[in-house]
Design a binder for this molecule. Structure first.
Ligand SMILES: [Fe+2]
Length: 486
């Protein structure tokens, strides 16, 4: 090619793209949606009806979007990485082409970057399981959470699989997630999904499924945690919380030494965060619509994942698949069928409630092994099925549409099941190390043994009792907070 043509041809191509973009009506069909949030970066994705260039503008206010990232390649599947961001910082943004703003630049389009790894910050997490029904039921669950949250920012949200019925096709994901469904959450909070058995699109079998095209997931530890080398399972860190996403759908019948289990052991060995939360689709315990004593994929996950996770100090395990809500005691070491459950495996047989039997406590603040975990099945975010609900580690169950919300503040985790009618139908608290409890939430803490009465600035009468009194070493009182020491 002559020199002049080498110079002018790329310019001509760029002009051609820009001219065609000005002539075509462009529309955002999907998103924007946020992926792989870290303290210093985030991925923004969206889909357009026609191929265009990609541009994101961002900054500290909707009318101060001074920073720009653009990609001159023409595509309908836009994926732009913002890097060099400050931790724990709110950014507003807009998306578009090099010539046109297509969405954002308003008060609704923003995100907050993660805190620096290890830094404790009050964190709100929303959890949906089996939400992919594309129905009014899913929308009612969504609205119940939105009404509950009001203006509280959702730092991140999880989908526990079966995110798009019946088979996880791209069209089904469009209706189950992106269109007339979770748009308001997608534009401002990073979604971290796991794969369910209904997400394995039969047309694409054995994969990779549309799920893997739709979601950008960390494969090389870019969001914290150990690199998994695959989007099938991964980990990430948000402040003082370490999240582990396992794959119970594609890899459930594992041979010894399977890569996911090797990775999981190595991954937990690197974990030094205050909290460890693991999630996948098939529940290790439960007798809702699925029975963890008879179904291979559930048994497999219990036998393979739980010994590793509990040795690694896991605090909370989340799963879906059964279309109901089930919740365990604080337990450890129960890996066989339910009739083998021994009393010694139940660390706390109370309800874990501040105003009930007392909060669940773990003596260590970090990742000490085998101090107990709570197991939650949250699979009714799109539909409800019945069950026998008689698994001995799962005393609490609800046949109700709903989702789970977690609030983690320092060494305290509060979990709630928000039913589609807006009623909090279950709740529990887990504290690690020094048990800081917000006194404004308490009228009475009851349990096995009374240890004292605290007066004046707290609600009267306030009777403070703890279940594990033999570990109790003292109580300190400061402002409107009081502290237990173990
Ligand atoms: Fe399922």
């Amino acid at each position: 090619m002559p020199y002049s043509r080498r110079i002018y041809f790329p310019i001509f191509l760029t002009l051609l793209i820009l001219v065609s973009e000005t002539l075509q009506a462009q529309q955002v069909l999907r998103g924007p949606y946020l992926q792989i949030g870290t303290p210093n970066s985030i991925v923004i994705r969206w889909r357009t009806d026609v191929s265009t260039t990609s541009r994101v503008e961002f900054g500290p206010a909707p009318d101060e979007l001074a920073s720009t990232v653009h990609n001159s390649a023409s595509t309908t599947e836009h994926e732009v990485s913002l890097t060099g961001l400050n931790p724990n910082t709110k950014y507003f943004y807009s998306i578009g082409t090099q010539l046109t703003n297509l969405a954002g630049g308003d008060s609704n389009h923003f995100f907050v970057t993660s805190p620096p790894p290890g830094t404790a910050k009050p964190t709100r997490i929303w959890i949906l399981g089996d939400s992919g029904t594309k129905t009014g039921n899913a929308r009612r669950v969504r609205d119940a959470y939105y009404n509950f949250a009001v203006d509280t920012y959702t730092d991140l949200w999880l989908m526990l699989g079966d995110n798009a019925y019946e088979s996880g096709s791209d069209e089904e994901f469009q209706e189950a997630v992106f269109e007339n469904m979770y748009e308001d959450m997608l534009i401002k909070s990073v979604l971290w999904p796991t794969l369910g058995n209904h997400d394995d699109d039969t047309d694409s079998s054995p994969g990779p499924y549309p799920y893997y095209d739709i979601f950008s997931l960390p494969t090389n530890g870019q969001a914290g945690g150990l690199a998994s080398g695959t989007e099938k399972y991964y980990s990430f860190v948000h402040g003082n919380i370490h999240f582990i996403c396992l794959n119970s759908t594609e890899d459930y019948l594992q041979e010894a030494g399977n890569a996911m289990w090797i990775w999981l052991e190595e991954e937990l060995a690197t974990n030094d965060k205050d909290w460890t939360i693991a999630y996948w689709h098939h529940p290790p315990y439960g007798k809702g619509g699925h029975n963890s004593d008879t179904e291979d994929d559930l048994i497999e996950m219990r036998e393979r994942a739980l010994p590793i996770l509990e040795s690694g100090g896991v605090d909370l395990v989340l799963a879906g698949h059964s279309h109901s809500y089930e919740r365990s005691y604080l337990i450890d070491g129960h890996y066989d069928l339910s009739p083998t459950l021994a009393d010694s495996m139940i660390i706390d047989d109370g309800d874990g409630r501040l105003d009930g039997d007392g909060v669940y406590t773990k003596p260590s603040s970090g990742t000490a092994p085998h101090e107990g975990a709570v197991y939650v099945v949250c699979g009714s975010s799109g539909k409800v099925d019945s069950g026998t609900f008689d698994h001995p580690v799962m005393p609490i169950y609800r046949e109700a549409l709903g989702s789970v919300v977690l609030d983690i503040d320092g060494n305290q985790l509060d979990a709630k099941f928000i039913a589609s009618d807006g009623v909090v139908q279950d709740y529990f608290t887990l504290v690690k190390g020094d048990a800081r409890v917000s006194a404004t939430e308490i009228s009475k803490i009851s349990g096995d043994e009374q240890i004292g009465v605290i007066g004046d600035t707290l609600p009267e009468p306030l009777v403070v009792e703890v279940r594990n009194a033999q570990r109790h070493a003292g109580t300190r009182f400061s402002g409107n907070l009081f502290y237990f020491f173990w």
